[in-house]
Design a binder for this molecule. Structure first.
Ligand SMILES: CC(C)(COP(=O)(O)OP(=O)(O)OC[C@H]1O[C@@H](n2cnc3c(N)ncnc32)[C@H](O)[C@@H]1OP(=O)(O)O)[C@@H](O)C(=O)NCCC(=O)NCCS
Length: 175
């Protein structure tokens, strides 16, 4: 589904094969910093593509009006089988595009997509506590910290720091 909400300057659409170089260009430095995700900092490109594009149920890109890729997210079931009604997403915004609302738009979009795909809730498994902008953003968008894993993330600068599990139901009141 391609959407550009009336209030959003971004177009969010499914990733196409030709988008991968631009997506990899924004994922690689994020993974290499190793301060927000637990992907290996030197993750080879094919492994990153497998994790970000091939394994998930769907992957999207957020673009500006001229088509430049500003961000990307994936959506997938958080668990197989009896846990498959709860989804998990990962989001990255290009360094140069941060602080402009790209991730907020992607997260809103992902919640709509998740409902459309039949998911009943969204769970983030490993939100690094020092990633304060992300924690604040997810809270603003309705996610609760439902648990905190003590020292679960080995931060390259801060050492062992907590990681949050964050959760939001996607059900309407009458569902
Ligand atoms: C976290 C991340 C996705 C936020 O993306 P973004 O497009 O900059 O987010 P937005 O512009 O929608 O910002 C939303 C809020 O986060 C804050 N914020 C988060 N990261 C920021 C950054 N690097 N620079 C400026 N503001 C940032 C903004 O202040 C804003 O808060 P406000 O609306 O209360 O003012 C982005 O920093 C990123 O890709 N980080 C690396 C990967 C990552 O941490 N992913 C999430 C893992 S849980």
């Amino acid at each position: 589904m391609t959407t550009a909400s009336p209030n959003s300057p971004f177009v969010i659409r499914p990733l196409e094969a030709a988008d991968w170089p631009a997506v990899w260009a924004l994922l690689a430095p994020t993974f290499a910093r190793a301060d927000t995700y637990s992907y290996p900092p030197d993750m080879p490109e094919p492994a990153a593509r497998a994790a970000w594009v091939e394994a998930p149920a769907a992957t999207f890109v957020a673009c500006d009006a001229d088509g430049t890729v500003l961000g990307t997210y994936f959506i997938k079931p958080n668990q197989p089988g009896q846990g498959a009604h709860v989804c998990n997403c990962g989001y990255v915004t290009a360094d140069a595009a941060r602080g402009r609302g790209v991730a907020a738009a992607m997260c809103e979009h992902s919640q709509d997509e998740a409902r459309r795909m039949g998911f009943r809730a969204m769970q983030f498994n490993f939100v690094v506590s020092t990633n304060e902008g992300a924690v604040r953003l997810w809270q603003r968008l309705g996610f609760d910290i439902v648990g905190t894993l003590p020292g679960a993330f080995r931060h390259p600068a801060h050492g062992y720091v907590d990681a949050h599990v964050m959760f939001k139901t996607l059900l309407q009141a009458d569902s």
